[in-house]
Design a protein around this ligand. Structure first.
Ligand code: SAM
Length: 292
């Protein structure tokens, strides 16, 4: 087994060798604690049959753990300066492919199909760049890549919103967008000291496990997500007020919206944050014929 990249000493050595300066704008906070990396890898439940997809390898700290524990790693890195460094640090591993692309622009679905042909167990595992955590997770879910799940480090505040339950102040359209497809759990709170440089915010690791089928029966997913976003537009407003002000021509359709709320058995004076995913599904199915 090779010496870990993710120790403070080795990381400094690598950064000095290449004169690498961190770019804050790319969310570059590298992990320097092998124990955290081992735990992240364990939570992902990788085997020698798993295809691991990583976003942002940095200098390869997590990548090498993934390479050791999975069949193959496909890793997307936006920063060109890291490519020669990765070629060096990951040279002991022959099962890693680095793609120099912005994950948000990449055709991840096609690349995954090409690179993981014959591999059915797919996991995303990453220490995400914090400036784009939510768009990355939503893209991976929306692309409908056949993932077993996602285990990622991100800001604790975002982890709290993703795994929030109805009736809490963290619960919102992000919780629903993710819990519609996955079971969401915060599995670890992580101290700032395991990063170089240390981020300004607290961090956590979440595990998203893809559900066999979405959490609720929805006739039109795009409309369902529009209804959920609209319902949280102003958190202090009632669901009725949010829907009439947010949905197209909602004010003129107030009576029909009231009728749909009644049919879905939802009190119009409730606030969005009290509705479960199943209630939102019922409501959007009743509203659907009115707006489509
Ligand atoms: N995995 C490494 C680690 O744990 O030490 C680095 C994690 S660092 C938080 C985030 C990494 O994502 C950086 O290497 C950064 O350059 C890269 N990155 C930032 N934005 C990206 C994007 N849109 N697509 C792909 N990689 C990105």
């Amino acid at each position: 087994m090779h010496k870990d990249i993710a120790t403070p000493i080795r990381t400094k050595e690598i950064l000095d060798k290449y004169g690498f300066a961190f770019k804050k704008s790319l969310g570059q906070n590298f992990l320097i604690d092998p124990n955290i990396l081992r735990k992240i890898t364990e939570y992902a439940g990788l085997t020698d049959q798993t295809g691991a997809i990583e976003v942002g390898p940095g200098i390869g700290a997590l990548t090498e753990h993934l390479a050791r524990s999975s069949k193959k790693v496909l890793s997307f890195e936006i920063d060109q300066r890291l490519l020669p460094i990765l070629a060096d640090t990951l040279s002991p591993y022959d099962n890693v492919k680095i793609i120099h692309e912005d994950i948000l622009k990449a055709d991840v679905k096609t690349l995954v199909a090409q690179e993981f042909e014959g591999i059915s167990d797919l996991m995303v595992v990453a220490n995400l760049p914090y400036y784009v955590t939510t768009p990355i997770i939503l893209k991976l879910l929306a692309d409908r890549i056949p993932l077993r799940g996602i285990v990622v480090m991100l800001q604790k505040e975002v982890a709290d919103r993703i795994s929030a339950k109805p009736g809490t102040k963290e619960y919102g359209s992000l919780s629903i967008a993710i819990q519609y497809y996955t079971k969401a759990e915060t599995v670890m709170i992580v101290p700032k000291t395991v990063f170089m440089p240390q981020p300004n915010v607290d961090s956590a690791v979440i595990r998203l496990t893809t559900l066999d089928k979405p959490a609720a029966d929805v006739v039109d997913e795009v409309f369902f997500f529009l209804v959920t976003r609209s319902s949280f537009a102003q958190r202090r407003k009632t669901i009725l007020n949010n829907l009439t002000s947010q949905l197209p021509n909602g004010k003129e359709k107030k009576e029909q919206i009231l009728d749909a709320l009644a049919k879905a058995d939802i009190d119009p004076t409730r606030r969005g944050e009290t509705l479960s995913i199943q209630e939102f599904a019922r409501l959007s199915n009743e509203l659907h014929p009115i707006f489509n």
